[in-house]
Design a protein around this ligand. Structure first.
Ligand code: LLP
Length: 412
């Protein structure tokens, strides 16, 4: 999806240059609204941790998940606190499988509840902070993702406390004087309904068998979006009803109400964002046509990393309709894998697009999640700027990094 008109994108490219991330506030608000039946929507900010988007989320009643010290500090800077809100949900939860020393200090200092993915974390936390609020992230023994790299369950995944280790984890919670909030499961990104039913059943069985009392359960994230035009939009009511049924069964087993959290990343922001690039060269290599743009995998890594598909459109500089042709869309990096049209495993594909000329704009759709947040400085390219569009207005929410800033850390 591309929520923007060609005129607006052309104006933004002229004003801020390319490559440029552009986000639509209305789409984010709409996606949050889709999920309002869940007691708490906790945004997995790894998908997009721009402070201005975090503030937008906060204004809509969304809380956040953080997976590093930097993400905790971002949440604090955006005005979230670790304290529970009116529904009893903490503004920030830290999810990880380990603590590095600095992050443990930050978690303790700000009393940020911890969603622990290893039993070692419980001992390390308990020694520092008695009564600290903890979730247990359980690996139910299976997982599912849009790529093997986004499958976070099963025995080949490093994530979570293995389901048969739950009694040991509960014993550690008790031994170290921690306060158990609830159980959490996130089996991967791009979960289908079949796996979802399995996770819900696994959550119910675990709670019934473990003997612990809980305030809450978390359904994790993983809600997909239609990257390809023929993919259906997720039925969020169905998604909710499956988890709600699990929650009700758990509540009736425990004899009291149980809070239900959801932890989406991609769903809230993917469709709201595009990456705007300018076509800077076109060429044939033998019979193969290439369209070369000024954004690369240092900006949007998903195609190179997962073979992920992003819809694309061309905004011609001359306003004429150009016939389409099959082309490989690639970036400026000095690396063969810097191709936006590729399948998992690095197989180069072509895309049918209106023939682009130098100076035309290329729009990469559905790039609001895991786009800017996964960018790097590879090839010593500065991080791109980000713009937020709200109705008829727009503003720069991250300026373009300068070369001086890039070199600054090494200026001894
Ligand atoms: N909760 C936990 C514990 C997670 O590990 C993740 C994602 C989420 C929630 C949010 O998942 P989502 O709703 O966004 O699918 N870079 C990859 C995705 C990696 C996700 C890692 N964990 C991509 O671009 O597809």
């Amino acid at each position: 999806m591309n929520p923007f008109s060609s005129t607006l994108l052309r104006d933004l490219a002229t004003e801020y240059g390319t490559p440029l991330w552009v986000y639509d506030a209305a789409t984010i608000r709409q996606r949050i609204n889709d999920l309002k039946r869940f007691d708490t929507v906790r945004f997995a900010q790894k998908a997009n941790s721009n402070l201005h988007l975090l503030r937008l989320m906060r204004d809509q009643g969304v809380v956040v998940d953080a997976v590093s010290r930097g993400e905790i500090e971002r949440a604090l800077a955006a005005g979230f606190t670790a304290a529970p809100n009116a529904q009893g949900a903490s503004g920030i939860v830290f999810t990880a499988d380990l603590f590095d020393h600095a992050t443990l200090d930050t978690v303790v200092q700000h009393a940020v509840p911890v969603n622990a993915g290893s039993i070692d974390m419980l001992g390390q936390l308990g020694q520092r902070s008695k009564g600290h609020r903890v979730w247990l992230r359980i690996n139910p023994g299976f997982g599912h993702g849009h790529s093997n790299k986004t499958n976070t369950g099963g025995e080949h995944s490093k994530h979570g406390i293995w389901h048969t280790e739950l009694p040991a984890a509960l014993a550690a919670v008790k031994e170290h004087g921690l306060h158990l909030v609830g159980l959490h499961m996130h089996i991967g990104s791009g979960v289908d309904y079949g796996h979802l039913e399995e996770v819900c059943a696994a959550m119910v069985t675990l709670v019934k068998n473990c003997g612990a009392d809980l305030e809450a359960i978390s359904a994790g994230g993983g809600l997909s979006i239609p990257y390809q035009a023929d993919e259906p939009h997720i039925d969020t009511d169905h998604y909710f009803s499956l988890w709600d049924a699990a929650r009700r069964e758990i509540a009736s087993h425990l004899g009291h109400a149980v809070h239900l959290e959801l932890e989406p990343g991609r769903y809230l922001v993917a469709e709201a964002g595009v990456l705007l690039a300018e076509v800077r060269a076109t060429k044939f290599q033998g019979g193969q046509h290439f369209t070369l743009v000024d954004a690369g995998f240092s900006d949007l890594m998903r195609p190179s990393m997962y073979g992920a598909f992003h819809g694309m459109s061309v905004i011609p500089a001359d306003d004429e309709v150009h016939p389409s042709r099959a082309t490989v869309v690639a970036g400026p990096l000095c690396e063969s894998g810097d191709v936006f049209t590729q399948a998992e495993g690095g197989v180069v594909l072509t895309r049918e697009l209106p023939e682009a000329r130098v100076g035309d704009l290329l729009v990469l759709h559905d790039a609001g999640a895991y786009g800017a947040s996964m960018s790097s400085n590879y090839n010593s390219r500065p991080l791109a700027a980000e713009v937020l569009v709200t109705g008829k207005t727009h503003r720069l929410i991250r300026r373009r990094q300068t070369i001086e800033e890039l070199l600054a850390l090494e200026n001894a």
